[in-house]
Unconditional design. Structure first.
Length: 134
């Protein structure tokens, strides 16, 4: 009974997630003083997928699917201040004074917030299929 039409709508949202773990503080011979890399955090985004399935005849059906309809940016931020959450770039704030073994003097470390490491749009994905079942 019916027209054999099915429509599916799937909405998904994700919060911040760890993309890659950083190596925290380490001494780096090419830089005067300690160097450090924070982890990479994938920022929240929303996804919307839609599918349309139509029965064409006995045992024959067509399905059209569009994934990532919103095509939101995938943004990955470097957790430069090691807070384990995204805090956008801001004016420098002094966070620590430390002894620099290379320069043989005290140095100051500043917090600038987290920078966007990577940003891209993955695009939409379209698919059309026709299937027959015996």
């Amino acid at each position: 009974p019916g027209w054999g039409t099915k429509i599916g709508v799937i909405y998904n949202t994700s919060g911040e997630s760890i993309y890659a773990a950083g190596n925290a503080y380490r001494y780096h011979s090419h830089i005067n003083g300690p160097a450090f890399r924070g982890g990479l955090i994938e920022l929240p985004r929303q996804l919307l997928d839609i599918s349309y399935t139509q029965r064409i005849g006995k045992g024959l059906q067509m399905k059209l699917t569009v994934q990532n309809l919103l095509d939101e940016k995938v943004e990955i931020a470097e957790d430069f201040n090691f807070s384990n959450k995204y805090e956008p770039l801001h004016d420098p704030v002094e966070i620590e004074t430390f002894w620099d073994p290379v320069a043989q003097r005290e140095a100051v470390r500043y917090d600038y917030g987290d920078n966007i490491y990577s940003s891209f749009r993955p695009g939409r994905y379209f698919s059309l299929s026709i299937s027959y079942s015996f």
